[in-house]
Design a binder for this molecule. Structure first.
Ligand code: B1M
Length: 212
C-alpha cells in the first residue's frame, strides 16, 4: 500500500500514528503536499462523512478520524503554505453567545477543514460582534454558528441582525446548526443554510460558496 492509501485508511480507522508516519514518509518520498491533501486526506474525511450519514460511523469514530486527520494536517500545513496551495475559502466557526457546548462545533470545524477550507475557530460563547469582526477584519466568506441550547439559539438571529447593521450581510454566507436548530428556524432567522450534522455542514459550505 502506498503512503496516500495508508493515510486514507489511517484516517478512516482513526490511527493517528499511522497517519503521521505515512504523511512524513510521503513528503520524504517527494509527493507534493497538495496531492497528499487532495488525494489522501480530503477523500478520507469525505468517506468518514458518508459513513456517518449512513449510520455506519457515530460521533466517537468521527472524533478519532478527525484527530488523526488533524495530526497529519499539522505535518502537512507548513508545506502547503510553502507550496502556495490556496484553501477553497475561509470559514469562521463558533458556538453562539451564552453557549459553552463545543463538541459538535469542533466536529463541524474538522469536516469543513477536511473539505479543503481554512477555518477560523472563534471558540465558544461567541458574541455577534466577534462574528462581525471575523467577516469584516479577517475576511471570512462564510460563518458557522452552533447552538445546543434553546435559550442561546436566539443569538443566531441577533448575529444576523448585527451583520446587517454593520452593512456586511451580503458579503458572507451564514450557516447554522446544532441539536435544537432546524431548517425551519434557519428560514425564520434568515440564515443561508442549515447543516443537520458535521458532514452535511461541510457539503453545505461548498454549495454556499459555490466551490467543488
Ligand atoms: Co449540556 N445540555 N448543558 N452540557 N449537554 C444538552 C445540550 C441538553 C440537551 C441536555 C439535556 O437536558 N437533555 C440540554 C439542553 C436543553 C435545551 O436547551 N433544550 C443541556 C443543558 C440544559 C446544559 C446546561 C444548561 C446544564 C446546567 O448547567 N444546568 C449547561 C449549559 C452550559 C452553557 O452552555 N452555558 C450544560 C453544560 C454542558 C457541559 C459543559 C457539561 C457539556 C458540554 C461540554 C462541551 O461541549 N465541551 C454538556 C454536554 C456534553 C451535553 C450533551 C450531553 C451532549 C452534547 C454533545 O456534545 N453532543 C447534551 C445532551 C445530548 O445532546 N444528548 C447536552 C454530541 C455532539 C457531536 O452533537 O453538539 O448536537 P451536537 O452536534 C452535532 C449536530 O448538532 C451538528 O453537527 C454535530 C455533529 O454531527 N451541529 C452543527 C452542531 N453544530 C453545528 C453547526 C453547524 C452545522 C451542524 O453549522 C455551523
Amino acid at each position: 500500500m502506498g503512503n496516500k492509501e495508508t493515510i486514507f485508511e489511517g484516517i478512516l480507522k482513526g490511527d493517528m500514528p499511522a497517519v503521521q508516519e505515512a504523511t512524513t514518509a510521503a513528503l520524504a518520498e517527494g509527493l507534493p503536499a497538495g496531492e497528499i491533501l487532495n488525494e489522501g486526506m480530503i477523500p478520507a474525511m469525505t468517506e468518514v462523512g458518508r459513513l456517518f450519514e449512513i449510520n455506519e460511523y457515530y460521533v466517537p469514530e468521527m472524533l478519532i478520524a478527525a484527530r488523526a486527520m488533524k495530526a497529519g494536517l499539522a505535518i502537512l500545513r507548513p508545506k502547503l503554505v510553502d507550496a502556495g496551495i490556496e484553501p477553497k475559502g475561509k470559514v469562521a466557526l463558533g458556538t453562539v453567545k451564552g453557549d459553552l457546548h463545543d463538541i459538535g462545533k469542533n466536529l463541524v470545524s474538522i469536516m469543513v477543514e477536511g473539505a479543503g477550507f481554512e477555518t477560523i475557530d472563534l471558540g465558544v460563547d461567541v458574541s455577534p460582534e466577534a462574528f462581525v469582526k471575523a467577516v469584516r477584519d479577517d475576511g471570512a466568506q462564510a460563518i458557522g454558528l452552533s447552538a445546543l441550547l434553546t435559550t442561546t439559539m436566539t443569538s443566531m438571529k441577533t448575529t444576523i441582525d448585527a451583520l446587517e447593521e454593520a452593512g456586511i450581510r451580503d458579503q458572507v454566507k451564514v450557516m447554522i446548526g446544532g441539536a435544537p436548530v432546524t431548517q425551519k428556524y434557519a428560514d425564520e432567522v434568515g440564515a443561508d443554510g442549515y447543516g443537520r450534522d458535521a458532514a452535511a455542514a461541510a457539503k453545505l459550505v461548498k454549495t454556499l460558496l459555490n466551490v467543488d
